[in-house]
Design a protein around this ligand. Structure first.
Ligand SMILES: *Cc1c(COP(=O)(O)O)cnc(C)c1O
Length: 348
């Protein structure tokens, strides 16, 4: 019998949103609008070149991102989705037994990637469906090397504000890395939710994570990145699997970045739909926390599995977290209408 790492035995496998051909997919927080203009043509142009390795350091993409955020290229590192960048960050700072603090429930990759990196997860319960930054700051110890702050939080959709985030960063020691995961930044109200790069970007122990998987519509191509201090970014480059970001992914991300105005327009459509869906669900009697993302959270506790099955029966796939709640991605208007009809007929 091959001896495997005991720390992986208890580890849950990542549960992806289930895929059902022909059904309405509201389980994975993808953009419902498909590829941005120009991306399809560029992919077709480049498809013949994939017998060659991509640019290892994604030079052109990093340059474009540096211009987009108005920061030095040295501060940017890329990975195959921001999930891989999470892993790269963990491998940069976490050794055996070191602690990684995050709210729970939050992004389900955090505990998995922490354990794979050999770290110990410290999960801090949410308060009122949101991150409890005070409690998280209290859980930071001498063993803590990294803290994930998912803002807005997946799957509960709520966000922490500017004062709370700044106070938190003030309380965390300078030798602990704070990773602010802003996968849903484009859907957040900039008046209510701080851009961590603007707020904390000058702090050497803060890293901001962004992805092309959500508002930029490239979930299937796997590109994400972080912006941090040049020192941390250098480590994130070292811990990347060589060539993990394919040439197609690099080029598609550059085209998508150039379509920023269209990204903003589409995000506004999603936000308007989110408000409509939230209002209608509340009118039906559901509790719906204020969302700052492209999904809503229904804290149905013991009814979560039942609600998800009911939706599946109506060909709408949502994402249940059994015993806790259901995450519902905001889709196209007709898709949202299908969800709302099912919500109305639940136990009806
Ligand atoms: C979807 C998501 C990501 C992005 O994952 P990719 O690996 O870039 O596809 C990162 N963080 C959170 C919290 C997410 O929900």
């Amino acid at each position: 019998m091959v001896r495997v790492r005991s720390s992986l035995a208890q580890l849950p496998a990542y549960v992806p949103g289930c895929k059902m051909p022909g059904a309405v997919a509201l389980a994975s927080n993808e953009s419902p609008y498909g590829l941005l203009p120009g991306v399809t043509a560029r992919l077709a142009e480049l498809a013949g070149g994939v017998s060659r390795y991509p640019d290892l350091s994604a030079t052109a993409l990093v340059q474009a991102l540096a211009e987009h955020h108005d920061v030095e290229t040295e501060r940017i590192a890329v990975g195959a989705g921001s999930s891989e960048v999470c892993a790269q960050l963990l491998h940069s700072v976490v050794g055996p037994g070191d602690e990684v603090v995050f709210g729970w429930r939050s992004f389900e990759a955090y505990p998995i990637l922490t354990a794979v990196a050999g770290g110990t997860a410290v999960q801090v319960p949410l308060r009122a469906h949101g991150l409890d930054l005070d409690a998280m700051a209290e859980m930071v110890s001498d063993r803590t090397r990294l803290v994930f702050v998912c803002n807005p939080n997946n799957p509960t959709s709520t966000a922490v504000g500017e004062q709370a985030l700044r106070d938190f960063a003030d309380r965390v020691p300078e030798d602990v890395l704070i990773v602010v995961d802003e996968a849903y930044r484009e859907y957040a109200d900039p008046e209510l939710v701080p851009d961590a790069l603007t707020l904390l970007g000058d702090r050497p122990n803060v890293v901001v994570l962004r992805t092309f998987s959500k508002a930029y519509g490239l979930a299937g191509l796997r590109v994400g990145y972080c912006v941090g201090s040049p020192g941390i970014a250098a480590h994130v480059r070292k811990t990347q699997i060589p060539f993990s970001v394919s040439a197609l992914a690099q080029e598609a991300a550059m085209v998508a970045l150039g379509e920023h105005a269209e990204v903003v327009r589409r995000a506004a459509l999603t936000v308007a739909e989110r408000q409509r869906v939230t209002g209608r669900l509340r009118a039906l009697g559901f509790e719906v926390p204020d969302s700052q993302a492209n999904f809503v959270w229904l804290p149905l506790a013991g009814d979560s599995g039942d609600f998800a099955l009911h939706c599946l029966g109506g060909d709408v796939v949502v994402r249940p977290f059994v015993g806790e709640g259901v995450r519902v991605t905001i889709g196209l208007r007709a898709e949202n209408d299908a969800l709302l009809a099912l919500a109305a007929s639940w136990r009806g």
